[in-house]
Design a protein. Structure first.
Length: 280
């Protein structure tokens, strides 16, 4: 310790040589996980796993999610050979209630569809005020117009196969929001908030592709996994889906049974240990 102007100061503790790895970092460093991703991605596996750690460390909510669900979401993206860099818009790993979910982006949908070799072209775009008039959802006919403002009023999607079959869809912005709120558990976070237009385009495109487009095994897997949490089975290396809401309800019921209490203002549940600690 040193004394400066009569004030004694304690010497700062030496900085740790290296930060302890996170639970996810430990899992990624295991031989079984390394081999699993190498089998799926080959030489690209090291870069993919490095981007996964960076992505997780830069997202506070994702960093606190169950690492097994993060790894499972990453494994789904890897099995489809889709990068998880959010800026590329092909696949996202999204936090939801302490878990992580795989979400495919519209560019990922296009890539998987084009891999089938059966698509001639795919179009999707936001629609500005004035650009579409007289849309008929039964005949898929519409009258093109001129853009009159920068206000986005809807979303348009169309695909055509190499044999000439085509389908078209147009949803208003209000229809997209209503659909997302009803069917997307992570609507209030993740890409729905950071990349709304991209997610809206994807939603409208999938509304016709799920029913009418040629489906590859890859596309079926992507749509089955989209917006769902899973954990990675350490024995088989396969992602196993879990019901996050059901698990949270079970945990909350257990906490209440063990003496926990509910904050009536926020709905938050405090465990008996937390209540005891707050009284000390």
């Amino acid at each position: 310790m040193a004394t400066i102007n009569g004030i004694t100061k304690r010497a700062a503790a030496p900085a740790s040589a290296s930060k302890a790895p996170s639970a996810l970092g430990v899992m990624i460093g295991s031989q079984s996980v390394q081999q699993r991703f190498e089998k799926m991605l080959g030489k690209k596996s090291a870069g993919f796993l490095s981007s996964l750690l960076t992505l997780t460390n830069n997202n506070k909510l994702l960093a606190t999610a169950n690492p097994k669900t993060i790894l499972a979401a990453a494994a789904t993206a890897a099995s489809l050979d889709l990068p998880i860099n959010p800026s590329l818009g092909k696949a996202w790993i999204v936090p939801y209630k302490g878990s992580a979910q795989f979400q495919i982006g519209y560019k990922g949908v296009i890539e998987l569809a084009m891999r089938t070799g059966k698509m001639k072209h795919i179009i999707m775009t936001p629609v500005y005020e004035g650009e579409i008039r007289d849309w008929n959802r039964f005949t898929e006919a519409y009258t093109p117009g001129e853009k009159t403002s920068e206000n986005i009023v809807g979303y348009f999607a169309r695909f055509e196969t190499i044999n000439g079959f085509s389908k078209t869809a147009y949803w208003t912005k209000e229809e997209v929001v209503a659909h997302a709120k009803r069917f997307s558990k992570a609507f209030n976070s993740g890409p729905w908030q950071s990349d709304f237009d991209a997610m809206a385009c994807k939603t409208v495109l999938l509304s016709i592709m799920k029913t009418y487009a040629p489906m590859s095994i890859e596309m079926q897997e992507a749509l089955e996994s989209d917006g769902k949490a899973a954990v990675l089975n350490e024995t088989t290396g396969e992602a196993e889906y879990i019901d996050v809401d059901a698990e949270n309800a079970t945990e909350q019921a257990q906490e209440l049974a063990e003496g926990g209490k509910v904050d009536t203002a926020t709905g938050e549940i405090f465990t008996a240990e937390e209540i005891e600690a707050s009284m000390k």
